[in-house]
Design a protein around this ligand. Structure first.
Ligand SMILES: [Zn+2]
Length: 467
């Protein structure tokens, strides 16, 4: 094959290149920050390059993207464990090359003001590329007027909550309608945390007044019905005010059915689940360290886990995110004081996502390798406006490459990971294969299992929706 090259070049030879469409053995030519070409094995023989990487027996995946996590995030009297330095390093160990955090509108204040502050926190500190989604706390004329500004600033996605009334984060239905209309008008996408607040309120009161404070009552106080009802309400609202919407952290079997039916009716609804909902059940809330497994929505049952995998395999669920939101374990214990309702909810999982998806998904035959690529990279690039720079390894894409060695297994523990926490939700799990090396725009961030990247290599990704 004849190719003209200039700039620093790398040739990755003999790997199994995976895409959303399939996988095949191919050689990958990188020029500077970009994928220059893919060719049949041997296609670039004789080409002079700066570095040759032998990837025979390895999988080559497009860098993973995580669209849901909380870095440097104040929450219930503490702050999440990851910042833009240690969090992006842990992400890179997990094969992630781009992540999207949140910028939260201050109560009654300006989201654009917070966005520049939050971007200031990330600028120059990240090992991998990054962007922000907004979090909207009201739907005032001033806030709605900022939606097109967010979109123009390259952050065309923003989240709101149907719950958390007590902490002032609930968006009422009238507000959701207004945001949907503005979203349709300007071309953004609404991310939405669906749990019906009044249902939770009622269940919470019932458990607390019965003196039920153990971790398992967290799950009882946030039943599947609350999530299902909120998603069903969103579906009905979309029939009146259709606008691209993305349900975050779907966790129930019924929600998969509701979303599937809504999509079959042509409604613009998308959804993700998270690593922990695919791997853990509410039994964790009755075992050791139960307070560290408290997250919202709560862990569900094996029936839900199976339905989520099914939804992933069939295409109804389009994305798996981490919702990385762990707080220091000592703060969890100090603030929780043995009461589920006082525990700052959330788990750290930014690094474990690919390992769990590969082991529990591909290795155990629940999803194919192309499907793994789709739900952890390609679909996210498309839905969040990062395509075609991100999400695939075709010519012209950013050279964000994960070299995954599928052979061998290891035990995942908090010590074998690089997250800034002494708690791993998947402690002791046997993981098939490992992330060997990770390139972000052509530069090594992880090389042979060691962090070699530099904080500040990561760039702010400008996102533009195309649907
Ligand atoms: Zn979250």
């Amino acid at each position: 094959m004849e190719v003209l090259i200039s700039g620093k070049t790398k040739l990755i030879l003999g790997g199994e290149v995976a895409s959303a469409a399939g996988s095949m053995r191919a050689d990958l030519l990188i020029e500077g920050e970009k994928i220059k070409a893919q060719g049949m094995p041997g296609a670039f023989a004789g080409l002079e390059v700066d570095e040759t990487i032998d990837a025979s027996g390895k999988l080559l995946l497009p860098g993973l993207i995580d669209p849901h996590l909380h870095f440097n995030s104040p929450f219930m009297g503490t702050v999440s464990v990851h910042d833009f330095s240690n969090g992006t390093a842990a992400a890179a160990f997990g094969g992630i090359t781009t992540l999207i955090d949140f910028s939260t509108q201050p109560k009654g204040g300006s989201i654009m003001g917070n966005l520049s502050q939050k971007e200031g926190e990330a600028e120059g500190k990240t090992y991998i590329d990054w962007s922000m989604s907004g979090i909207l706390l009201d739907a005032s004329p001033e806030t709605l007027a900022e939606i097109p500004q967010l979109i123009r600033a390259g952050c065309p996605t923003y989240k709101c909550f149907t719950t958390y009334k007590h902490s002032g984060r609930l968006m009422d239905d009238a507000g959701i309608f207004r945001i949907l209309r503005t979203t349709a008008e300007y071309g953004g996408m609404l991310m939405i945390h669906c749990e019906h607040d009044a249902t939770i309120d009622r269940c919470l009161e019932k458990e607390l007044s019965a003196g039920h404070f153990a971790s398992i009552y967290h799950a009882r106080s946030r039943p599947a019905a609350a999530e299902n009802m909120a998603i069903q309400r969103l579906v009905e609202m979309l029939k009146q005010e259709p606008a691209p919407s993305y349900v975050v952290h779907t966790s129930t079997a019924e929600s998969v059915e509701i979303i599937q039916m809504a999509r079959a009716q042509g409604l613009p609804i998308h959804s993700e689940t998270c690593t922990h909902y695919l791997a853990l059940t509410e039994e964790k809330l009755e075992g050791p360290n139960s307070q560290f497994y408290i997250c919202s929505p709560p862990l569900r049952t094996q029936r839900d886990v199976d339905a989520l995998w099914q939804g992933l395999a069939t295409g109804c669920l389009e994305v798996v995110s981490s919702d990385d939101a762990g707080v220091p374990t000592k703060d969890n214990l100090r603030l929780g004081q043995g009461r589920f309702d006082k525990v700052p909810s959330g788990m750290s999982g930014i690094e474990a996502r690919l390992s769990i998806l590969y082991t529990e998904g591909v290795h155990k035959g629940r999803i194919s390798l192309p499907r793994l690529v789709e739900v952890s990279s390609t679909n996210i690039a498309r839905l969040f406006g990062l395509y075609p720079e991100k999400g695939h390894l075709g010519p012209g894409a950013d050279a964000d490459v994960v070299i995954y060695d599928p052979s061998g297994s290891w035990a995942m523990t908090s010590k074998s990971l690089h997250m800034n926490t002494d708690f791993c939700p998947f402690e002791g799990w046997t993981i098939q294969g490992h992330v060997e090396s990770v390139l972000c725009r052509g530069a090594y961030v992880i090389r042979d299992g060691r962090l070699v990247g530099k904080p500040g290599h990561g760039q702010r990704a400008f996102r533009r929706l195309t649907f």
